[in-house]
Design a binder for this molecule. Sequence first.
Ligand code: ATP
Ligand code: MG
Length: 766
Amino acid sequence: MSEASAHAPSDFIRDMVAADVAKKKHGGKVTTRFPPEPNGYLHMGHAKSICLNFGVASDQGGVCHLRMDDTNPATEDPEYVAAIQRDVKWLGFDWGEKMFYASGYYEQLFELGEKLIRLGRAYVCDLSEDAFAEYRGTISEHGKESPFRSRTVDENLDLFRRMRKGEFKDGACVLRAKIDMTSPNMKMRDPPLYRIKHAHHYRTGDAWCIYPLYDYAHCLSDSFEGITHSLCTMEFESARELYDWVIAATEVPWVPRQTEFARLNLSYTVLSKRKLLQLVEESHVAGWDDPRMPTIAGMRRRGYTPEAIRAFCGKIGVAKNLSTVDIALLEYTVREDLNPRSPRALAVLRPLKVVIENYGEGDVEEIDAAYWPDDATRKESRKVPFTREIFIDHDDFMEAPPKDFYRLSPGKSVRLWYAYVITCTGVVKDAGGNVVELRATYDKDSRGGGGKKVDGTVHWVSASCALDAEVRIYDRLFTTENPGVESGDFKIDLNPKSLTVLSAKVEPSLATANAGERFQFARIGYFVADDDSKPGHPVFNRTVALKDGWGKANARAAGPASIAPKEPPVSKRAAKDGRDPTAPPPSAAPLSPEAIRLRDTYAITADEARTLALEPGALGLFEGAVVAGAPAKAAAALCCNDVLGELRSRKLDAAPFVPSAIAELLALGAEGTISSKLTKDVLAAMFESGDGPRAIVEKKGIRQISDAGALEAIVDKVLAENADAVARYRAGNANVMGALVGLTMKASGGKANPKLMSDLVKKKLG
Ligand code: ATP
Ligand code: MG
């Protein structure tokens, strides 16, 4: 079972399960289940549920079952069963022997149907579909009892058995629970339990022509398997009453409990198998594993790792309130995961040839190029050939650049990553006036950081030695944050530029890249070799750009950016952010691409951005807190100082609580419940216990002192003890005021409302 999940921060479900174990409920054992219907591939929302169900079980030494919730023969398929198993395993979870099928319980479920009839708790109803709906009533009106409700037990038993034998057509009748047609909960108005469907089932074949409905089959499956905690999403909240009714009415010995949590919604994404199936069937994507799909199979092919997906699920936490998570948080988590596991490589996506005229024709230098230029502890390298003709990226050249363009232009110089400084000496154009080739000279003393100082570094490959590669640049599949919400049809919001295929030139060492191998193409992004790669002709998928160019590009122009790493306008800072790996580390480190992203996305200071970019634990909390609604400035200040201090002093990589707890903590400060000193105390307690800030404030009775009488006593005492300072103030030294306020705050143990305290000191001093 996953080790990763064992460290997930606590949440209301984990707290509840831990409390049940402590109380020895269910004999202290924990059994959960992940119950997908095999009618499509698993998506990111399922990943949240998988991490929760398997994680909760493994936290408590319990087990998690994998169960195919396969009671609808029309839509289910063994292909989906195999895909589900593969994806759950790939995510890092193991159900061991505990693989189950709802269809494996058909006989037991039928017997319990007969039992309900015998107990007078179910009946066969012949109402047509329309009449059924009419009898059901509405939210504001009671339903009416079906005329078939008074059938005798014998009559019902006979009809139910004949339903099973196939004597009736589809829809001719249903088995219904006999509950209460006046219940305010529509689910309780004699819901159907079994329906007739003459259809072939992928597992039971033609053995059955009646199939149990979800609300009947699911809770009983949970009971048969001894599930202790049945975790599902909020849309089943109103079904819980029926869940409990079926368990009680069938008098099964094992009583499982259902608890609901909010389903995951991701911006710019649809997470619904039905919609994803449409994208596949209507060929908007190449299949369930298309790298643009939010399916686990798609994300795997895109180059996401199981660790990144699990880390993301840990960051978003588990709660009851519905919220949409910004996909930027997922992309950030993926970058954070890929950075230490992706060796650097050189690739030119839009090749522009450069002829270095003072470099020997036919000369080839094998340049040692570090795989991990940013990590002094990892020394591995490979050779990259340097030759007279090279390719650079078209985007790294401008004939008439703006003042702050620090890449190549006529007369200007740049450093070639790992290699020499070159100066552009000429431009060759085609008949249409397009630049097709550059002429340049190189400075032979400039290798290893020598030679003249230049502002920019660009990536390159040798023209004669480079390999042709297909590079697939994937962008967001939708152009709007909530696809379909405004347009009325999610397919209208499909991004027409979600895939761009480029004929790229890559360094020769990539000829041997195996499918699934990951790289960081210098200055561009993270890439993975695709299954479509052929020997000597690799295909790379862009997993994620090096920085989030999307938000900015989108804010600037209508429509999505076609290729994210473009970063106009290119400022001097941005041009320098790709550090020259051959140069000695500069004393005042320039901002990393990640730091620049943070600074620009959140309008925080460069120092804060630099700190956060280096501290994944603090950064996860910061970005998660902002997603949860915290003001970025306040969140950055807290995360760079106090949060980071706690993480370091406790030697933690991640906090034991969810990022939204930071947002809550800041809200408590903003609403005046706690002072900044108390904020620190509450934060420390959060690290100690993993509890949320409101729980801590309540439990410990922490509250800042806003009672004027209590404050006045403190002020009087401090002023009396510091009579000489008071005298100096009265003699005209206004500076003393701040010091006196500080002393009174200290005397209150930091618990005083600072504004009230300072007003009081001022008043007393006159
Ligand atoms: P969809 O709405 O995509 O069709 P579903 O709920 O019908 O999904 P199931 O196969 O029934 O798909 O789901 C299996 C489990 O995964 C259920 O317990 C369900 O609650 C959970 N699940 C599905 N979507 C999400 C989501 N977006 N976030 C969290 N859990 C989810
Ligand atoms: Mg479902």
